[in-house]
Design a binder for this molecule. Structure first.
Ligand SMILES: Cc1ncc(COP(=O)(O)O)c(C=O)c1O
Length: 352
């Protein structure tokens, strides 16, 4: 606390990211990182970038990244916005596209950064409860709003929303922006990017942190109508001209271009998710159907907070949220086969 703080600072409840432990040799299944490294072509591109040219500022528009994303999805570069992780993209989206007289709508159980951005930018919001089965029912979003945002698949539940339901929402909700946060879409979901051509109020946000294994490089992007992107560029150019440094630009381009590595690693994660789900179900866990690189699991006879603690004592970390509806769940990132085997063995020993 300081008397020198601007008034808004006193009102903030900042987001708390999952732990990044300083201890080595932990099995880290708590922040949905990719267990496989990035493409070797990304590493080569980063090494090539470590050169005398670092004295120069990077391209403020990161045009090569926009071009690579546009080529991957068959859209125009003018329909692509890039930022320092999708968190930064989302921050600009809240400030630039979702700050209106009516409240923003998002699920009651979802990515916990959304209410934080609302606090930072003084945006009113209303939460819409998930169904009893922890699904997003977009039929419940038919009311006056200043914008709608949800992850697909949702976090931390992992449950997807069908594309047809998103299109129906877009047909009914034409006067505010609908943001689909597709941080985890590449692990079995269906992207809404093809709908961008038909719905000028749709914005799809993605990240290179998960399916392209670049959480450490900080690159995210949004795809939408060129007029939405122009609005985001105005915010970005009033905040930080160079959100992507030279490494981020080089690495992101190489990652978007290496389709084979992307497919190989995400398919491995999808396979492991299925094996992990079956193994945990054999131990009596209930698992929500997931199309993400994590699963959301609860055990009818064991307290989630205690399970998390006991796993930690065995050097395995998973995520637990002390939030009313989900406090009996653990969110477990899908690791390598060996990491998941160690997790299953530890849980078998803990629950006897
Ligand atoms: C739903 C969702 N959106 C966005 C992000 C932000 O990802 P990043 O800032 O690494 O791109 C995360 C990170 O975990 C997430 O879970």
């Amino acid at each position: 606390m300081s008397r020198f703080w601007s008034p808004v600072v006193h009102t903030l409840t900042p987001y708390v990211p999952g732990e990044q432990p300083k201890i080595l040799n932990l099995i880290k299944l708590n922040t949905n990182e990719n267990p496989y490294g990035p493409s070797p072509k990304v590493i080569a591109a980063l090494q090539a970038e470590a050169a005398e040219t670092l004295r120069l500022y990077p391209d403020p528009n990161a045009d090569r990244v926009k071009g690579a994303v546009a080529a991957f999805y068959g859209v125009q570069p003018t329909q692509v916005f890039v930022g320092n992780g999708s968190d930064e993209v989302l921050a600009h989206v809240f400030q630039g596209l979702l700050r209106h007289a009516e409240p923003v709508l998002f699920p009651d159980v979802t990515y916990s950064f959304y209410p934080v951005y609302c606090g930072l930018y003084s945006i009113q919001y209303e939460t819409v409860p998930l169904t009893a089965e922890f699904e997003i029912d977009l039929g419940h979003y038919a009311r006056a709003n200043g914008g709608i945002i949800f992850p697909n698949p949702n976090a931390p539940t992992g449950r997807p929303v069908p594309l047809a339901a998103i299109e129906k929402l877009l047909q009914q909700n034409r006067d505010s922006v609908v943001v689909v946060d597709e941080a985890y879409v590449d692990f079995g979901g269906e992207t809404a990017i093809p709908l961008v051509a038909r719905y000028p109020n749709l914005l799809v946000v993605q990240t290179l942190s998960k399916s392209r294994s670049l959480a450490g490089l900080r690159v995210g992007f949004a795809v939408g109508d060129a007029a939405l992107i122009e609005g985001l560029e105005r915010i970005k150019n009033s905040f930080n001209s160079y959100p992507l440094d030279r490494f981020a630009i080089a690495g992101a381009v190489a990652a978007m271009e290496d389709r084979a590595w992307f497919d190989q690693t995400r398919n491995a994660i999808i396979r492991t998710r299925s094996d992990l789900t079956q193994s945990l179900e054999r131990l009596g866990f209930e698992i929500l159907p997931s199309t993400a690189n994590f699963i959301f699991a609860r055990h009818p006879r064991h307290d989630a907070a205690q399970l998390q603690q006991k796993l930690r004592e065995r050097a395995i970390i998973v995520r637990h949220f002390r939030q009313p509806r989900i406090k009996q769940f653990l969110r477990i990132t899908v690791g390598t086969d060996a990491e998941c085997k160690a997790l299953v063995e530890a849980l078998a020993a803990i629950i006897g």
